[in-house]
Ligand binder design. Structure first.
Ligand code: NAD
Length: 539
């Protein structure tokens, strides 16, 4: 049995069934460590290819910088505010979460606490335990007929909407990033302006991510706009509701009640004023704490981390170009071809890269962008002084360096397979490199500048410009023979007899610097470049 290739660190408590998906893979070694001080994590993080956990471990820029082997961060849950995603993207580390698994659990607890509050269930239960019978004092109210405003109509927001309608609530939604048709499909009335939504809400429930836009989304002004009958729920993330403003609004009776599961600082301080208010129902971040949700998110995240490591499937990564699963398998030869064209183009360009445009002709419109990223990956490999460029960070690194990028898809004009054309610019030069995929997996370089060629995009390639005079091929062949270098493929192209010609030669091994000088010294050669095209490929 071969040694495992990948080491995965499991922090926090990830459901065992999920961890087993990693452990049972022959190329993965799993190390489980409970949450512990950051210093300890920093010390050993450079031994791991991936890390997976829940929200307890903060994965800061320091952790990512220190984790020189890291390729994947997995989060068995939805929110990734414990991960510095921006830094991860810069470093080419895929961040994978499990967005679907705990949706229903959160939606269910929201109605649980709402009804608990309206029917005084916590007080009733404890009074019964205390031997009382407070039937008269504990009369409640119905949910039916109230207006609920759901801020954030994503996965959880949608489930709230469905259940809300069943309870006879009037369901309004505020989410500027969701289409009208989605609102219609869910039977939710759209409110385009958040302030107006506040005027209409009997119940305001937040289901947005924590972003710079949503931090403090509900502050003193927003709470003031809600009526004295209003109930506010935050089961999304601490920080979305301003806690100090919430305490004040509750104390002054400007809103009726609040139900809060998530806090700006967790665990919530023992003496936090929210704990002592009568019209508040607090839970200790329990939204996703069900057996079902924990199992679902662990299975989802662990399978995605495994696939990202072992097959390069980044479809679950929130910071990558959404290619994966069967689609990745289908376009892998194209991705490889694009990467090789990028390498070749960059090597032949005399100055730095300033723009890259990829045109893909073939039956898969969605492939164009990943192909551009793959070409950028090839063009910037070993050029940028940082960690490997990959599909996660290619565009980010390009933008950082001021490289303009564009991609287009055109329907294939013939049945001859799929084609990629790369136009790259640097300084005043523009160069076109073309490639084609023949028979679904067989990539060829078909164009270098104005020249039509046909050569395999693998191994070491010598690209030579020469005068089109008799005997050049012989002299190049003789020199390479004398140097003990074997020619695998030799392709000569010219535009017109007696003009300039181009030779693309695939050799076994590679030429040392002085051997390249001997080649360039051949009288007919205008210039020669050696390009390492590589053999292995990983998206
Ligand atoms: P999601 O990505 O499916 O949905 C989020 C929605 O918010 C999207 O539709 C998006 O368009 C919308 N949105 C983003 N910015 C907005 C803005 N400024 N105004 C209005 N809408 C905006 O996410 P989800 O899976 O539904 O999760 C929602 C929230 O619940 C997240 O914050 C997540 O971290 C949290 N969550 C909490 C628990 C818990 O234990 N309490 C469990 C799971 C998820």
């Amino acid at each position: 049995m071969t040694d495992p290739q990948y080491r995965v660190l499991v922090t926090d408590e990830v459901d065992a069934e999920g961890v087993a998906l990693l452990r049972n893979h022959p190329s993965i070694e799993v190390v489980e460590r409970p949450t512990r001080p950051i210093e300890e994590l920093l010390e050993e993080i450079d031994q791991y290819d991936a890390m997976i956990g829940r929200s307890a471990t903060r994965i800061s820029a320091d952790v990512l910088d220190q984790g020189t082997r890291l390729r994947v961060i997995g989060r068995a849950g939805v929110g990734v505010d414990n991960v510095d995603v921006e830094r991860a993207t810069e470093l080419g580390i895929a961040v994978i979460n499990a967005p679907g698994g705990n949706t229903v659990s959160v939606a269910e607890i929201v109605f649980g606490v709402l009804i608990s509050h309206l029917r005084h269930i916590p007080a009733a239960a404890s009074s019964m335990k205390a031997g009382e019978w407070r039937r008269l004092q504990l009369g409640g109210a119905e949910l039916r007929g109230r207006t609920i405003v759901i801020a954030g109509l994503g996965r959880i927001g949608s489930e709230i909407a469905r259940r809300g309608r069943v309870f006879g609530l009037k369901v309004l939604g505020y989410d500027p990033y969701v289409s009208d048709s989605r609102f219609e499909e869910l039977g939710v009335e759209r409110v385009v302006d958040f302030q107006t939504a506040l005027d209409l809400a009997d119940i305001l429930t937040l289901h947005v991510p924590l972003t710079s836009e949503t931090r403090g989304m509900v502050g003193a002004n927003e709470l003031a706009r809600l009526g004295p009958r209003a109930i506010v729920l935050n089961f999304a993330r601490g920080g979305i509701v301003d806690e100090a403003a919430l305490v004040e609004a509750l104390q002054q009776g400007r809103i009726a009640a609040a139900m809060v599961d998530v806090f700006a600082k967790e665990p919530l301080a023992k003496d936090h004023p929210l704990r002592n208010l009568p019209n508040v129902l607090l839970t200790p971040h329990l939204g996703a704490s069900t057996a079902e949700a924990q199992r679902n998110v662990a299975l989802e995240a662990c399978a995605a981390v495994r696939d990202a490591l072992v097959t390069g499937d980044l479809s679950a990564a929130m910071n990558a170009a959404g290619v994966g699963g069967a689609a990745l398998g289908e376009i892998r030869p194209l991705l490889q071809l694009a990467e090789r064209l990028g390498r070749l183009g960059r090597a032949l360009l005399p100055t730095g890269l300033s723009a890259m445009e990829l045109r893909y002709s073939g039956p898969r419109p969605t492939a164009a962008r990943p192909l551009l990223l793959s070409a950028l990956q090839g063009a910037m490999q070993n050029v940028v002084e940082r960690r490997a460029i990959n599909l996660v960070n290619a565009q980010h690194v390009a933008a950082e360096r001021g490289i303009e990028t564009a991609w287009t898809h055109v329907s294939p004009s013939h049945e001859l397979g799929e084609e990629i054309e790369l136009r790259i610019e640097g300084g005043a030069r523009s160069l076109r490199i073309g490639g084609a995929l023949l028979g679904e997996s067989h990539g060829r370089i078909t164009r270098i500048g104005a020249f039509r060629v046909d050569i395999a995009p693998r191994g070491t390639l010598l690209v030579m410009r020469n005068r089109d005079v008799p005997g050049v091929i012989g002299r190049v062949g003789t020199l390479l023979g004398e140097l003990g270098v074997n020619i695998a493929e030799y392709h000569q192209a010219r535009l017109q007899a007696g003009g300039e010609a181009l030779a693309a030669v695939q050799i076994d091994g590679s030429l040392a610097a002085e051997q390249m000088e001997m080649l360039c010294a051949l009288p007919e050669l205008l210039d020669a470049k050696q390009v390492e095209m590589g053999w292995d490929y990983r998206p």
